[in-house]
Design a protein around this ligand. Structure first.
Ligand code: SAM
Length: 311
């Protein structure tokens, strides 16, 4: 089912929206107050959770990034929040922290939401959470959508171990530095990208790791949702010629793990180094670096080899 803005503008509160039905207040939270980090939809308003609606209804204050944006959600669910709205964005987050801590300390339930997805994930919220937690106050979550997890889950790539890189930097030098790290990153890599830059980024990546697989997840949960999967070379080619609109997450397959080095290879390399006059320590460091094995195991074997030679 797809919910559109205005689907529920009757002003009637749905029967489940009674305080306490869905939101179970943490023991003592009301007396102490709490900060609640609430996830909101990425696009399809039907993805809001019941707990999220209930806490939005009952919170003493709701901090949001862009009130015009969040008003679409509030009006679709007839949540009367206007008099309880405050703003929280990247330019005022630092200055809002002290005020939010005071409100939580005074017993208020303070909700933070962002324009879409989970606050704090490439969005404001991290500093507020840190400040409230540092003050020894309760920080709670109403979890839900996040583009990073949504994209990973439909990418078809390994989900066992992954790393989130946020937005790819705009400066070429910074991007090059990141790509160097990705050359040996064996976990799945996820990053946010703008529609204007995605073709260039895919092209740069294809030049380095063309055969690695990737998925471009666009407009997830929205009318034009699509996930384009292929090698980086394929994707770079496709994106050269197509017009790209909307919101995008790129998921990139991790690098092949280095093949394990067998002991004979390690021994030979160490013997070569020792024969050329290197100390045990230098031989071990050099070979560990060259073959990608741990210094400790190279050092242990180099010691054994030296002892064998001296007998
Ligand atoms: N906090 C958000 C979250 O948890 O998903 C992310 C906020 S970040 C400022 C916004 C970026 O998330 C967009 O530029 C895009 O890369 C990605 N994004 C958000 N909604 C998306 C969607 N529906 N489909 C694909 N990517 C999306």
């Amino acid at each position: 089912m797809r919910f559109d803005i205005g689907d529920n503008v009757s002003g009637q509160r749905p029967s489940w929206a009674k305080r306490g039905v869905i939101v179970q207040e943490r023991e003592g939270a009301k007396a102490q107050g709490q900060l609640v980090v609430v996830a909101t939809p990425l696009g399809n308003l039907g993805d809001i959770s019941r707990r999220a609606l209930e806490i939005l209804e009952s919170a003493d204050v709701v901090y949001c990034e862009d009130t015009r944006h969040s008003n679409k959600l509030f009006s679709a669910y007839a949540i009367a929040v206007r008099s309880r709205l405050e703003s929280l964005h990247e330019h005022n987050e630092a200055s809002q922290c002290a005020r939010i801590v005071e409100r939580v300390r005074s017993g208020d339930t303070v909700v933070i939401i962002s324009d879409a997805g989970t606050p704090g994930i490439s969005d404001p919220g991290t500093r507020v959470v840190a400040a409230v937690a540092a003050a020894g106050l309760v920080v709670s979550t109403v979890p839900g959508p996040s583009a990073v997890i949504a994209a990973l889950s439909v990418s078809g790539l390994d989900t066992e171990r992954f790393v989130m890189e946020g937005f790819v930097p705009r400066k070429r030098g910074d991007r090059e530095h990141l790509y160097e790290q990705w050359a040996t990153e064996t976990r799945t890599v996820i990053f946010y990208e703008s529609p204007q830059r995605v073709a260039t980024t895919l092209e740069e990546l294809a030049q380095r790791f063309g055969s690695r697989r990737a998925a471009v997840a666009r407009e997830l949960t929205k009318l034009h949702e699509e996930v384009i999967r292929g090698t980086l070379a394929d994707l770079a080619q496709q994106f050269l010629t197509r017009e790209v609109l909307g919101e995008i997450v790129v998921v990139l397959e991790g690098a092949e793990p280095p093949s394990p080095v067998d002991e004979a290879t390690l021994r030979d390399a160490l013997l070569d180094q020792l024969a050329s006059g290197a100390s045990v320590r230098d031989a071990a460091s050099f070979v560990a670096e060259e073959l990608g094995v741990s210094r400790r195991s190279a050092y242990r074997l180099a010691l054994e080899l030296r002892d064998e030679q001296s007998h």
